[in-house]
Design a binder for this molecule. Structure first.
Ligand code: SF4
Length: 310
C-alpha cells in the first residue's frame, strides 16, 4: 500500500543517515574535529557514550552530507592534486591527545585546508565570521595535515571555510580563508583538556550552549538539562550568539523600514512617469479592484522584539 511505501522510503533515508561513518563515530563515543569548540558538556556525554534522550531534526544535516559528497566529487574531478574527502589525518596536540578526521579538501599546492559548510543564507556568517566550532575544526585538520606532511608547516598555511547556501538562493559560495594561527593549538588543547578532566572525574563540563538553543538541537537535552531549571520568557539573554542574533534582527527591521520609506519617496518622485533609464523600465500599471473574501488565517508564532522599558 502507498502509505506503507511512503514510510519505507522515509525510513530508507533515516537508516542511511544512521549508518553514516560520522554519526557512528559519535555514537561510539569518539570525538572528531567537528565536536571541537561546540559544547564541552556535549563532548563529555558523547565520550561517556550516554544514550541520546531526545529526537532532533536531522534534515539540514542530511542535506549537508549530500552536498558534501557532491562537492567532493567536483573537487576530485577539477584537480588531481587536490585531496578531496579521502585522507584521514590525525592532529596530535601538545597534551598528547589525538583527534582524527577527514578534511573536505586539502590543497597541497596552495598549502591550504578548506572545510565546506552548508548554511541557510550567508547573512549570519558575513556578519559574525567563522564560529569557534568551525575555527577549531579546520585548525585540527590543518594541524593533522601538517603533521602528516601533506601541508608545509614551514610556509604560510591557510585554513578556510567554503559556505554553501543549502536553500539555493545564493548562487555562489561564500569564503572565509585565513592564515593558520599556531596560538589556537593551545586553546583547542585546553578545551579538550576540560572535557577529559570532566570525563575522568565523573563531573559535568561547561554547558556552552544556552538552554533555549539546546532544546532545539541537542540529542542529549533531557540527559543534560532535564533536571535543571529551564528558563522561558523573561530570562536575561547573555549568550554572545543570541545577543548578536537580537542585534541582527533589530538592524534588519530598521533597514527594512528605511527601505520602505525610500520606496515611497521614490514612487512619489516618479508619479505618472513611464519610460526607461537604459537599465530599468518604469511603468505605471492600472490594477483592477478585487474583492477579497474573508478568510481565516492560520495561527503562527510571532517574534516580538522591542526596547526594554527602564
Ligand atoms: S543540552 Fe546544551 S549544554 Fe547540554 S550537552 Fe546539549 S548542547 Fe551542551
Amino acid at each position: 500500500m502507498l502509505p506503507d511505501l511512503q514510510q519505507r522510503l522515509a525510513q530508507a533515508i533515516h537508516d542511511y543517515s544512521y549508518a553514516d561513518p560520522r554519526s557512528k563515530q559519535s555514537r561510539d563515543g569518539i570525538l572528531g574535529p567537528s565536536d571541537l569548540g561546540f559544547c564541552r558538556q556535549k563532548a563529555v556525554l558523547t565520550t561517556r557514550e550516554v544514550a541520546r534522550t531526545d529526537e532532533t531534526n536531522e534534515a539540514a544535516a542530511r542535506i549537508g552530507t549530500a552536498i558534501h559528497r557532491y562537492v567532493a566529487q567536483a573537487f576530485a574531478q577539477a584537480n588531481q592534486g587536490w585531496i578531496a574527502d579521502s585522507e584521514k589525518v590525525t592532529a596530535t596536540f601538545p597534551s598528547g591527545v589525538a583527534i582524527s578526521g577527514t578534511p573536505d579538501l586539502i590543497c597541497p599546492s596552495d598549502n591550504a585546508i578548506i572545510d565546506v559548510k552548508t548554511v541557510d543564507g550567508f547573512e549570519w556568517v558575513k556578519r559574525n565570521g567563522t564560529s569557534q566550532n568551525h575555527k577549531y575544526q579546520r585548525h585540527a585538520y590543518a594541524l593533522g595535515a601538517m603533521q602528516a606532511g601533506l601541508l608545509d608547516g614551514s610556509q604560510t598555511v591557510y585554513v578556510g571555510n567554503m559556505y554553501i547556501d543549502r536553500s539555493g538562493k545564493e548562487p555562489e559560495p561564500f569564503f572565509i580563508i585565513e592564515e593558520f594561527d599556531p596560538s589556537l593549538t593551545g586553546e583547542v588543547d585546553s578545551w579538550i583538556g576540560d572535557v577529559i578532566y570532566a570525563v575522568k572525574n565523573g563531573e559535568d563540563a561547561s554547558r556552552d550552549i544556552p538552554a533555549a538553543v539546546c532544546e532545539k538541537i541537542c540529542p542529549f537535552f533531557t540527559a543534560c538539562r532535564g533536571g535543571l531549571e529551564v528558563h522561558d520568557g523573561g530570562t536575561l539573554i547573555e549568550d554572545a550568539e543570541l545577543l548578536a542574533a537580537v542585534d541582527m534582527y533589530v538592524e534588519a527591521r530598521e533597514l527594512s523600514s528605511h527601505a520602505e520609506q525610500m520606496k515611497k519617496e521614490a514612487q512619489r518622485a516618479l508619479s505618472g512617469i513611464n519610460g526607461s533609464t537604459g537599465t530599468y523600465q518604469v511603468r505605471w500599471v492600472e490594477v483592477a479592484p478585487t474583492t477579497i473574501q474573508s478568510f481565516e488565517k492560520a495561527g503562527y508564532l510571532r517574534m516580538d522584539v522591542r526596547k526594554v522599558r527602564k
